[in-house]
Design a protein around this ligand. Sequence first.
Ligand code: FES
Ligand code: FES
Length: 213
Amino acid sequence: MVVTTRYAALRRPARASNGLLRGRQAIAQAAAQVVGQQVLANQAVAPAPVQQVQPLAGAGGDEDADWPAFLVALDARTTLLDALREHLGLTGTKKGCDQGQCGACTVLVNGRRVLSCLTLAVSVQDHSITTIEGISGPGGELHPMQQAFVEHDAFQCGYCTPGQIMSAIGCVNEGHAESDAAIREYMSGNICRCGAYPNIVAAVNQAKVSTRS
Ligand code: FES
Ligand code: FES
């Protein structure tokens, strides 16, 4: 079974309804949205390359956004993580455990944190998906959370960092960053094998005012 799915990725910088500032290049955007599907059962169809198709107006309810759409053929079992990394070339989102235990694959779906390794791509149709590539400003300036991670040296190897940053943005926007204890609790699903936790908490504390929508 092959599911043919249309993805839309944010192209222009725009402030979405959840208040996250999103980046500008379509494929560098990490914003993807499935907007339709066609199931071709019992056909031995080779996966088609990603195609850019006609943008959809107001996709994902983001009225200001220019949402280029992409058509990509996926096995119905494809996770959102594999769709992003292997089909859309958005490799900023990392695969750590691939079983929901490390948080390296964290992305935002409609502004809320999800583990993309546990999310089927076809289950997030008509939702806006933001990954680490999509949070920079229109001129490529770092998101406040990214800047804070740099300033507080909140990483060593950096493998967990995209997931940490996406989770931190979600944590702040959920209102769960009011204290160090709250940050530790609500970021506890993101594992850092390098043990940069104190610096991550400091970075979230610095960025939480400018990150909050
Ligand atoms: S890769 Fe998804 S939680 Fe580890
Ligand atoms: S910085 Fe290496 S795992 Fe977190």
